[in-house]
Design a protein around this ligand. Sequence first.
Ligand SMILES: [Zn+2]
Length: 403
Amino acid sequence: MNYTQLAAEALSRADELATCTEVPGILKRTFLSEPMKKAHGLVRGWMQEAGMSVRVDALGNIIGRLSGKNDQAFLTGSHLDTVPDAGKYDGMLGVLIGIAAAKAIGANNLPFHFDTIGFSDEEGVRYKMPYLGSLAVSGLFQEEFFARVDENGITMADAIKNFGLNPADYRSAAYDFTSVKGFAEVHIEQGPVLEKEDLALGAVTGLVGQSRIKLFFRGLASHAGTTPMPGRRDAFAGLSELSVFVEKYAHSVPHLVATIGMAQVRPGGANVIPGEVYFSLDIRHGEQAKLDEATEVILSQAEYIARHRHLTLEIETREAQAVVKCDAALVDKMAAAMAQHGHKNFRLASGAGHDTAILSKVTPTAMLFIRSPGGISHNPIETVQVEDVAAAIEVFTEFLKSV
Ligand SMILES: [Zn+2]
């Protein structure tokens, strides 16, 4: 089979996987749900057909191994779970490309074992906690997670038992990373960058870090008709000033994105001066220093606005997700494999989270992004082009030979 045929096969398999759903008419497949069993049946068959031996670990990750010549292993994989009303390629395509690469390479042709992992959970829909699959594989899963309950009151431990697995074995899902050479994930970009650059593929340098802050401006609510303009303490006017600043500032710093996505004006009457606004800040950048600096600049501006408008500023919650760096040597190898097949050496940071973020804590990682037409994902209109998938299989196969 040539790469175009392998790509066409991967895409028809994605169509088949999309029939494994909890909700007829849309695609929704969450952690260890009934349709995940059917998905495992399909994936198992395809892995075996590619010459892989197949196992399912205690957290429901399905793993196909293409045997190599020594006991080291190189891993690929992505997630088999979806968001509600998902597209067919987010996650699944990475698993299908791992299988296609195994089929292209054949058993005992690599110096190491090549494992393709279909992670049981990355989206975190069922237990409101993402990365359950990759946490287990990475040895970072914690026993206390088992007590979480889904919306039907089923604990995670019971969901695992109902799937025919034993939660007590969770430690055995972890790899011994002393014998793992690295992990590389193929994924659709889920954004517009590659399409804008007119490129099929991009080598991912890392995953952006994020500051998530919820905060209040508080002023004084008062009658909109009887309170003269001088001396008003309008909390929403303060947020408006901040919002314009945030947009302008983010435009001025390359690769910075910053968003006020939630704002509640209180008390919220048309004839009342806003006494309080509750709002969110979402700030993301691929470089930790730039992210930290941007967060400080925006928060100091909020403090400045509060001071000169006689408001108070209160930070309710402040969460941070650190920047994840892929392994420079592996990223170079991915870019070299791209160049070898006539692709531009184009690199970008991922704006979304991926299983790679977890694996990066325990092993060298790389990612290969495939162009997302329209930049759309987490939507049933999510799509991918067969020639881009063929290019990804070819480049990924080349990359595996070079690690
Ligand atoms: Zn994904």
